[in-house]
Design a protein. Structure first.
Length: 337
């Protein structure tokens, strides 16, 4: 297998990367991929996640901040930033996408560039401007690295669980915020992106009382692993009906089948006002996935916002920096002025 293809396949789970976009491309038998090897590489990626480095800091945006560490509810050490907004009693807890860190992802640099180029997402996503926008709008911010990402601790053998184990980090961030002297009485909102959103859904389902008093959730681009992996198979030139074989290999690698990686089902446990947004034509997933999650959220106060005019997933992560008003209005209307 060519090195570029190998990297793309390895990145399928590590960063929700697309394997090469082969759909509609003619290939000779001599250049056809080894299907079994691709399936094994995909499964292996569930247990070998690539950490995105901390490439930026709040200081670049002129923000005062504190390096903080706390424990997930199962004891995993979590690293993060606390960015104070003087005089404010409102706190946003920010969770990052899969494959990212709290600082973002250097998609313009190797090996991330090769991993993401096939889907058109070989671009940098710097998440620190998000925190500047929130700070300037009057919010304290707690941003942190999920387990096995950034500078946070390794856990569970390093495997990707699609939100199951990562939900313990979400619960730990809430506990930490409620224990800090300067944040314990603050109104809390959640800005949970992608894996962070799926993890938040799972946390709400497993420990709903932990979210008592949480005012709202803004959730960009949660994704169901079986949906995205089915798309990856087609893009890699592997018949879609081999999804069951891929799942068997994933279970051998991690012990967790696709049937247990279900944010669509976890969404039924959401009990706070929720705004979801998603790139409608995202090449890496399908709009029906987020639509089903939205439909399953059992609260009346909810909204689904589509991003149109692009098929790049990373544009969804940059949407807040480009057009923050809908999200800021959601936070303001539920957290108060």
């Amino acid at each position: 297998m060519p090195e570029a293809t190998r990297r793309a396949v390895l990145g399928t789970v590590a960063g929700l990367s697309a394997v090469p976009l082969l759909t509609g491309t003619s290939r000779s038998a001599s250049t056809a991929p080894d299907e079994d090897q691709i399936l094994q590489q995909m499964a292996d990626a569930f247990g070998e996640q690539l950490r995105s480095p901390i490439m930026h800091s709040p200081e670049e945006q002129g923000l005062d901040y504190e390096d903080v560490t706390f424990q997930a509810v199962d004891g995993v050490p979590i690293e993060g930033w606390f960015i104070p907004a003087r005089g404010s009693d409102k706190l946003i807890i920010a969770n990052h996408p899969m494959g990212f860190s709290r600082a973002g992802l250097p998609g313009h640099l190797e090996p991330w560039k090769s991993i993401w180029s096939s889907s058109g997402n070989d671009m940098e996503v710097d998440l620190v401007p998000d925190y500047k926008i929130l700070h300037d709008a009057g919010y304290n911010v707690l941003a942190y690295d999920l387990r096995n990402y950034g500078l946070s601790g390794a856990a569970n053998g390093g495997i990707a669980s699609s939100g199951i184990f990562e939900s313990r980090d979400v619960l730990g961030s809430l506990r930490y915020a409620r224990q800090r002297r300067d944040t314990r009485n603050m109104r809390i909102g959640l800005f949970s992106r992608c894996l962070g959103c799926s993890s938040t859904f799972h946390a709400m389902s497993s420990d709903p009382r932990a979210f008592d008093g949480v005012r709202c959730l803004v959730g960009p681009q949660p994704v169901t692993m079986e949906v995205i992996m089915a798309r990856r198979l087609v893009m890699a030139g592997v018949p879609a009906d081999r999804i069951d074989e891929l799942e068997r290999l994933v279970v051998l690698r991690t012990g967790i089948p696709f049937a247990q990686r279900q944010p669509q089902q976890w969404a039924k446990g959401v009990r706070v006002p929720t705004l979801l947004y998603q790139v409608h034509d995202d090449t890496l997933t399908d709009p029906s996935d987020v639509q089903t999650m939205f439909d399953n959220i059992p609260v009346a106060d909810k909204k689904l916002q589509w991003i149109r005019g692009t098929d790049r997933r990373f544009d969804g992560y940059l949407e807040f920096q480009r057009r923050p008003q809908p999200m800021l209005q959601w936070f303001e209307s539920h957290m108060g002025s």
